[in-house]
Design a protein around this ligand. Structure first.
Ligand code: TMP
Ligand code: MG
Length: 208
């Protein structure tokens, strides 16, 4: 049996990633695909707890220090992620290195290049599903504005950074302002194709 596919969801806050991650995971499971869900930040680890305190504004870190914690939170999961993929399990991941770089560059003023560096060498996603949502829609959604970074100006900068990071080979943009079921159907079709391709051949690549 071939390896699992590494599927990542990216997008601004309140784009609907968590909903789509759950819908996708359930649909794959129903089809008999071995699948695991993962979110970054993974707030359950010791590093993740620091990140949670930072996001909910209980502690302060310099933007660069915060970024290195987000990256460390991915590095601490690296072996487990690779093992699952090699065992044939498909991973559906809510945010990954692109969020790291896009948010850190907006928050710190460092270049995207600088902000991409800490994640180099981590496994790279086979497919990045990018959920596009406009700022008016974003602000209408539940709990908008609660956490750090949920401000219009900041989100605008982050959105531009995502556009610069998107690569045509692995990124799949989706209009996330439609009906949930329609968004899900489009994503599922693309992901099933990626799962086939990964099982057939392509070795896991590293984050550049
Ligand atoms: P969440 O909304 O997906 O739970 O993510 C929490 C916030 O953390 C969100 O505003 C995006 C931000 N973030 C970073 O700044 N850097 C990262 O590396 C990740 C994974 C998330
Ligand atoms: Mg959020």
């Amino acid at each position: 049996m071939g390896r699992g596919a590494f599927i990542v969801f990216e997008g601004l806050d309140r784009a609907g990633k968590s909903t789509q991650v759950s819908m996708l995971t359930d649909a794959l499971r129903e089809r008999g695909v071995a699948v695991q869900k993962q979110s970054f930040p993974d707030r359950s680890t010791a590093i993740g707890k620091l990140i949670d305190d930072y996001l909910t504004k209980k502690v302060e870190f310099s933007p660069e220090a915060a970024h290195l914690l987000f990256s460390a939170n991915r590095w601490e999961c690296k072996d487990r992620l690779i093992k699952s993929l090699e065992e044939g399990t498909t991973l559906v991941v809510d945010r990954y290195a692109a969020s790291g770089a896009a948010y850190a560059a907006a928050n710190s003023g460092q270049t995207l290049e600088w902000c991409s560096q800490p994640d180099r060498g981590l496994p790279a996603p086979d497919l990045v599903i990018f959920l596009r949502v406009g700022e008016e829609e974003q602000q209408k959604r539940a709990n908008w504005g609660e956490e750090r970074f949920e401000r219009v100006e900041t989100q605008r900068k982050i959105g531009k950074n995502f556009d610069r990071l998107a690569d045509s080979r692995t990124w799949f943009g989706v209009d996330a302002q439609r009906d949930k079921a329609a968004i899900h159907a489009e994503i599922l079709e693309r992901v099933l194709k990626a799962i086939h391709e990964c099982a057939d051949q392509s070795p896991l690549e590293n984050q550049e």
